[in-house]
Ligand binder design. Structure first.
Ligand code: THU
Length: 149
């Protein structure tokens, strides 16, 4: 296959994985348990094995016990033996991982892992997608090797 054709098929593969990730995050968002904030969030991660794990935010009457969608998805991946994240997708009205989730993302994500944020609400057709990289998520993160851990 010629180089250009190879590039085209690589891009098509990447775009099809992106679509699957976004769909998985949106489906998880529909299961959000957020009766207190009424702010549903979905997340999906592409793990090193090629598998996709999704999650939604899960709240509690004791508010501080809420867990973000990103961490639910990541912890599901890790508990299935995955240690490497290649991409992370978040869907919400205004989708941006919180600071705590950014620290958790960089614990497992490849530096160049793609972070896909989709501003979207269930039942809405309109969406806005932005892309960034894991290495750009958090300036001066807590660094285990600097801390001697
Ligand atoms: N939330 C997430 O799930 N992910 C984020 O990155 C930001 C916030 C959830 C936590 C809580 O259930 C609701 O959104 C409102 O803060």
């Amino acid at each position: 296959m010629k180089k250009e054709a190879k590039n085209r098929s690589r891009k098509a593969r990447i775009n099809s994985v992106r679509k699957k990730l976004i769909e998985a995050a949106k489906n998880a968002q529909k299961n959000s348990y957020s009766p207190y904030s009424r702010y549903p969030v979905g997340a999906a991660v592409l793990a090193g094995s090629g598998r996709i794990y999704s999650g939604c935010n899960v709240e509690n009457a004791s508010f501080g016990l809420a867990c973000c969608a990103e961490r639910v998805a990541i912890f599901k991946a890790v508990s299935h033996g995955e240690k490497k994240l290649c991409a992370v997708c978040v869907t919400a009205k205004s989708a941006k991982p919180c600071g705590a989730c950014r620290q958790v993302i960089i614990e497992f994500a490849q530096k160049d892992a793609e972070i896909i944020c989709v501003d979207w609400e269930p039942l809405e057709k309109k969406e806005k997608i932005t892309y960034t990289r894991a290495s750009r998520l958090l300036p001066k993160p807590f660094n285990p090797s600097e801390a001697g851990l």
